[in-house]
Design a protein around this ligand. Structure first.
Ligand SMILES: Nc1ncnc2c1ncn2[C@@H]1O[C@H](COP(=O)(O)OP(=O)(O)O)[C@@H](O)[C@H]1O
Ligand SMILES: O=C(O)C1=C[C@@H](OP(=O)(O)O)[C@@H](O)[C@H](O)C1
Ligand SMILES: [Mg+2]
Length: 419
């Protein structure tokens, strides 16, 4: 092995893709069983490696020389072999630093609540200390030097930053949250090392409280960039880092279309997915498939309440997946809980069409029996409040598609033609 990542289980790793984006196609993933890791480091048959769970301490011990930050973090996640000598670094620390810097956060003399006390938390702590901040460990069980989550707000009302370094909220444990943010009023930034989902419950709460926040993707990309720089003794331009990060976000993020019945979500959504190379999920089609019934049939047999229950379940399922365009039904905003389910991995876009251009009666759209105008009058402000982006779709399908791509900051001159 020349370059790559070692760890016990690497199924979900994005590292190969990120290093490939940096121009290293020789980077591979190698799962090493626990009883083989000592031998791996003894033989030293590699040029440069990243190390992940559970071998970061083993790597620290195996190196001939390690950086100060790696010593403080008590972990090495990057090892380079220089003529048989192993040099160890902790590039996770660079990733943590980069996330704080990008957010414009200065932690000097400020209280930083670090959630968790595992390896990632130790790295966070080392970084905060190196910046002159005051890290406080919040841990779910009573332990020496730690604060319980339910006591944190009372004991540290001055907390300026919260950093989650626990797996709480990580897929599939998406309902977990290591700290409730509602008791704090001086928070400047919330950082969650988790990036699957892109927004954990912690980050969704930060968003709803208007607190700036970020997930672990920038850290993930930055640690890889630093490793690449160490492997090849080069400097990667910031623009490349941003490009790799943006590509990753584009690939994973769901684009969620909301808006009034017949504004074009299903039609435009399908084409958008084709154009962007994403998969397409129409919640109405998912609901019909799960029920084995058409939508008018569901309304007849189970009334609107039954349909809404099914709709929330479909939103929950789709919201956990990534890399899709999701077309919602017009009534997705009827249940407030659907917002977080779709926001987990998605950006929400209101496709806004002139009422004169929309369908006012349709046997396949039972809600329209309530009257288009009153339905739209009630819903329009809710669409507006849910939307991260709003796009007017009053022209042709092609024009709408281009407007959506522009709003998403994506190139519009792709294969978005024909039909
Ligand atoms: N700019 C446009 N975007 C999307 N659909 C359009 C557009 N112009 C006309 N249409 C037509 O309008 C209808 C939109 O229906 P649909 O995609 O089912 O909407 P929704 O899923 O929002 O209810 C389709 O018949 C489609 O062909
Ligand atoms: O407006 C609504 O409440 C509904 C809209 C429909 O989807 P479209 O928006 O695709 O018509 C479908 O989910 C169901 O008939 C209920
Ligand atoms: Mg539809």
């Amino acid at each position: 092995m020349e370059y790559g990542l070692i760890g016990e289980h690497l199924g979900h790793s994005f590292s190969k893709q990120i290093h490939s984006g940096l121009g290293n196609d020789r980077y591979i993933l190698r799962e090493v069983p626990r009883d083989r890791v000592d031998e791996f480091f003894e033989t030293r048959e590699f040029s440069g490696i990243n190390v992940t769970i559970p071998y970061k301490k083993t790597a620290l011990a195996a190196c001939d020389e390690v950086s100060d930050l790696a010593k403080r973090a008590q972990a090495v996640n990057c090892v380079v072999n220089r003529g048989g000598r192993l040099y160890g670094e902790n590039t996770d620390c660079a990733g943590i630093l980069a996330t704080l810097e990008h957010a414009g956060i200065d932690v000097r003399d400020k209280t930083v609540l670090v959630l968790g006390r595992g390896g990632a938390a130790t790295a966070v702590q080392a970084v905060i200390e190196s910046l002159g901040g005051r890290p406080v460990t919040v841990y779910r069980k009573q332990a020496e030097g730690c604060v319980l989550p339910e006591q944190a707000a009372r004991m540290y009302p001055d907390a300026a930053v919260v950093i989650n370094a626990t797996p709480a909220g990580m897929h599939p444990d998406v309902e977990s949250q290591a700290l409730d943010l509602s008791g704090f009023d001086q928070l400047e930034f919330v950082f969650d090392l988790v990036y699957n989902p892109l927004k954990t419950r912690l980050l969704l709460q930060a968003g709803s409280l208007g607190i700036p926040h970020d997930n672990g993707l920038r850290m993930l990309v930055t640690q890889a960039v630093r490793a690449h720089e160490i492997f090849f003794d080069v400097q990667v331009p910031d623009a490349i880092t941003e490009q790799v990060l943006a590509d990753l976000v584009r690939q994973r993020r769901n684009i969620v279309l909301i808006g009034m019945s017949s504004c074009g979500k299903s039609t435009l959504g399908k084409r958008l997915a084709q154009t962007l190379g994403l998969s397409f999920t129409d919640l109405d089609a998912e609901i019909e498939a799960a029920a084995g019934l058409s939508i008018p049939e569901i309304f007849r047999q189970e009334q609107e309440a039954g349909f809404r229950r099914r709709e929330t379940e479909a939103a929950r399922q789709a919201g956990l997946d990534t890399g899709q365009v999701i077309a919602c039904g017009g009534g997705i905003i009827e249940r407030p809980e659907n917002l977080d389910l779709l926001h987990r991995n998605g950006i929400i876009l209101w496709l806004k069409r002139d009422p004169a251009l929309m369908v006012h009666e349709d046997a396949d759209r039972p809600m329209l029996k309530q009257g288009f105008d009153s339905l739209y009058g009630r819903r329009a402000p809710v669409y507006a409040s849910w939307a991260d982006l709003t796009v007017t779709n009053d022209g042709s399908l092609q024009e709408g598609l281009e407007a959506v791509c522009r709003a998403l900051g994506l190139q519009v001159d792709g294969p978005a033609s024909s039909g």
